[in-house]
Write a protein that binds this ligand. Structure first.
Ligand code: ZN
Ligand code: ZN
Length: 490
């Protein structure tokens, strides 16, 4: 078949498809597609032989070549997966993660075959596992849970002669952390409640529909991290594509997450204990969707966790609908949004790791490797959503902290973790270390709901707050230190 010739898409030039393999979309391609389609309707614009279906410009083989090429470029350019890695793919059942699973399997199989042929004892092939987070516990009616799990299992365990391990976990597993001690402020009755009841109560305390949805996604990431850590994985792969990023960008703008948003849309995100990577960042939802159907890849449509029948109450939902509408009219609009977002400055923890080969090359070329640790995690991340905190917010939250400092010099508050958690000031201190978006949309305004919320939060979030409070106090102390005279001076 002509489409296997390796021409066109792999070249990185305008290739007549939605996007070329260079990783960044080319704007001139839309015209190419329309022109070529005009010549031979119903025939693939790339190989010009195979028929197309579903009104898509490419045949299945060419679409595969195109998507794999973008996937591999993202992976190789940014060292997303190396032979030493043990990769955990978060499978949602949707086309993005489904395609990611297929490509990771393909690349792994090819690497294994090459390795077997070369009999090179020193090299290895990356490990692969799949995780599915069952979110049914977040809703009061969870009747589809079993069915969803069966469907997901059938995808992972299918035909393949080299099956990969599948971890099925529940959203409420975030409350079962063996590594962490239980908090002093935890009520007896909270401690005896089942994780599912705690999850329901936690979400019940959040009044805003968008806030509830976001909290579910933050809990999901914590559960993914938990599984990855417990099973020794070194990378977590998410099937987030360009279209999802575009919708998130609109939503994040509305939620006031402008400062931290660039952190969420890069190929690499190493602010987590296990680094998160997005190899499908340059693929469109439409391409992935069509490919799944053309290649007969089974997907499972699991309804999003929804907390209101009125979709207009969710910023996430409205943004999604808005971007889909733009997309229907002109599909390069999604790229316009993501390209604009791509101009935002990422954080240090978004820098791809520099491998030994790269270091050697740079040395030969006389390029200095930056001395700052590339993956240095910033001091403060929001305890709920893990967004990096703006120094200005940090300063605002520090007002209370400086009052503590001025009150007797020594900090009585953060010396001991249990003192911090047990303190009656913990709720206020906790809120002061959260990002503005979480403070506004998730944390209840004072009262019974607020109190109950702090008691019920997962330990991992409370621990982060304690770390933030400590770091802030030592930071404040260091700031004051500048203005103090040394001890030996009168
Ligand atoms: Zn073709
Ligand atoms: Zn936050």
């Amino acid at each position: 078949m002509a489409c296997n010739s390796g021409q066109g898409c792999g070249s990185g030039e305008g290739c007549g498809t939605n996007s070329c393999a260079s990783g960044s979309p080319c704007s001139r391609e839309d015209d190419t597609v329309q022109l070529s389609s005009a010549v031979k309707p119903g025939i693939c614009v790339k190989c010009k032989e195979e028929p197309t279906s579903e009104g898509f410009e490419l045949c299945c083989t060419c679409l595969h070549t195109n998507l794999v090429s973008k996937f591999k470029t993202a992976v190789n350019k940014n060292s997303l997966v190396t032979p030493a890695d043990h990769v955990l793919l978060a499978l949602s059942g949707g086309p993005g993660s489904r395609v990611a699973l297929e490509f990771l399997r393909e690349i792994r199989l090819k690497a294994q075959t090459d390795l077997d042929a070369s009999r090179d004892q020193g090299t290895r092939v990356f490990g692969l596992g799949v995780v599915f987070v069952d979110e049914a516990g977040a809703q009061s009616s969870s009747q589809n849970s079993e069915h969803n799990v069966e469907e997901i299992s059938s995808i992972v365990v299918s035909e393949n002669e080299r099956p990969v391990p599948l971890h099925i976990v529940k959203l409420q597993d975030v409350f079962e952390d063996k590594d962490l001690r239980s908090s002093p402020g935890l009520d007896e009755d909270v401690g005896t409640r089942s994780p599912e009841e705690r999850l329901q109560e936690l979400l019940g305390n959040v009044e805003d529909v968008t806030g509830k949805e976001d909290l579910v996604s933050y809990l999901r990431m914590q559960v993914l991290q938990k599984v990855a850590k417990e099973h020794g994985y070194t990378k977590v792969v998410l099937g987030v594509c360009s279209s999802r990023i575009a919708a998130r960008a609109i939503a994040a703008t509305a939620k006031g997450q402008g400062f931290s948003f660039p952190a969420d849309i890069q190929y690499v995100d190493s602010r987590w204990p296990v680094t998160v990577v997005l190899p499908l960042r340059d693929c469109l939802a439409r391409e992935l969707d069509v490919y799944c159907r053309l290649a007969n890849l089974k997907t499972v449509s699991i309804e999003n966790t929804s907390f209101s029948t009125d979709k207009s109450k969710s910023i996430n939902e409205i943004s999604q609908v808005f971007v889909s509408l733009l997309q229907e009219q002109n599909f390069s609009r999604e790229y316009t949004i993501t390209r604009t977002m791509g101009k935002l400055k990422p954080f240090d923890f978004n820098t791809p790791p520099v491998g030994p080969i790269e270091v050697a090359l740079r040395r030969r070329k006389g390029i200095q490797t930056p001395t700052i640790a590339a993956n240095e995690v910033p001091d403060l991340l929001c305890p709920i959503c893990s967004a990096p905190l703006d120094t200005r917010d940090f300063m605002n939250g520090g007002a209370e902290c400086s009052a503590e400092l001025s009150n007797g010099g020594e900090v009585p508050f953060a010396n001991d973790r249990d003192d911090v958690l047990g303190s009656s000031r913990f709720p206020d201190a906790f809120k002061s270390t959260c990002c503005p978006s979480c403070s506004f949309q998730i944390i209840p305004k004072k009262g019974i709901k607020a109190e109950s919320m702090y008691k019920i939060l997962p330990e991992v979030m409370k621990e982060r707050a304690v770390t933030n409070i400590r770091d802030r106090q030592s930071w404040m102390r260091s700031r004051i230190q500048e203005y103090l005279l040394p001890d030996d001076q009168d």
